[in-house]
Write a protein that binds this ligand. Structure first.
Ligand code: GLU
Length: 302
């Protein structure tokens, strides 16, 4: 019997130098890939053209090579894939699951302030954004067209409840995912998604026809990723990713969210140590072995 290829990925965003947190994440993934006999891909997540810098991309290649890691070539850069993301957005538009939202940040906070609940008590999503209060959601088609013609900027928001209902109809039941990480949230096994934590999340903008959420699910499918390893900060985003995978007819990977890096003694590294650039450690004379020890992965398989 032939088994499907197992494939993992490390997917950094080149808007800064890699730091110790990245070193932990990439070595953690490499360890699981080695245990599973899986391929390990590098993907450059450079959709944020305003923050991406060529030197940071170069830096990623240099730092990872220094750590002793290598990758199948060519390495995918998301900036070459905007057409694929736009096609996914178009599918969601054709399904009438997204709507253009013209609200400015001020309009949103004003609405919340006038709601009687106030900013302090208004729920926020796991990224800290106020749950969208629904302005511009139910405006008429004429009004929508008028605002577009006026040249107003807008964001494409997912109608979360409609999307969830349709996804459940398509899947024949509640949407779940397989979480294999033990340390991250305390939750493992088959878990139910809770996309209501995000409300009507933004999936694209007028000028940028994608977002992290669209790009990541489209490319995980495109590259045949069978297991997603990443930090626990992205655990809640999996709720959105699973929903999009069902709606877009994409395969479901396994997930393994990892906890924060700890030093050899099991203590959490301080934030400043975690954020120190790998290249600084390198110029200070540290070796890749020292880095492995520092992040507590000296026993990881290579
Ligand atoms: N590009 C994301 C980051 O650097 C990671 C995306 C992912 O692993 O899903 O935080």
């Amino acid at each position: 019997m032939t088994h499907p290829v197992k494939r993992l990925r490390f997917a950094p965003s080149p808007n800064g130098w890699l730091h110790l947190g990245h070193a932990y994440s990439v070595l953690f993934g490499a360890d699981i890939a080695a245990r599973e006999g899986a391929e390990y891909l590098l993907r450059i997540e450079d959709i944020d053209l305003g923050r991406t810098r060529a030197e940071y991309i170069e830096g990623i290649f240099e730092d990872l090579a220094w750590l002793g890691l290598s990758w199948p070539k060519p390495v995918l850069q998301q900036s070459t894939r905007f057409d694929a993301y736009a096609a996914a957005l178009k599918t969601l538009r054709d399904m009438e699951l997204v709507y253009p939202c013209f609200a400015t940040r001020k309009e949103i906070t004003d609405t919340i302030q006038q709601s009687g609940i106030g900013l302090k008590h208004w729920p926020t999503d796991p990224d800290g954004a106020y749950l969208y209060p629904g302005l511009y959601k139910d405006i008429s088609l004429q009004e929508r067209n008028r605002l577009m013609w006026e040249g107003r900027s807008y964001a494409w928001r997912l109608d979360m409840e409609k999307a969830r209902q349709l996804a459940e109809d398509m899947a024949g039941g509640p949407i779940t995912f397989l979480e294999e990480g033990a340390s991250a949230t305390g939750l493992t096994g088959r878990l139910l998604i809770k996309p209501e934590y995000f409300g009507d999340v933004i999936l694209a903008r007028k000028d940028v026809p994608t977002s992290y959420h669209i790009a990541v699910v489209v490319d995980d499918a495109h590259q045949g990723i069978t297991m997603v390893t990443r930090g626990q900060d992205l655990f809640p985003a999996t709720y959105i990713h699973r929903l999009l995978q069902v709606l877009l007819g994409l395969p479901e990977p396994r997930y393994h969210h990892h906890g924060l890096i700890r030093d050899e003694t099991g203590r959490r590294l301080s934030k400043s140590a975690r954020d120190q650039a790998l290249r600084e450690y390198r110029t200070q004379g540290m070796t890749p072995e020292d880095i492995r020890r520092l992040v507590g992965l000296e026993h990881a398989i290579r």
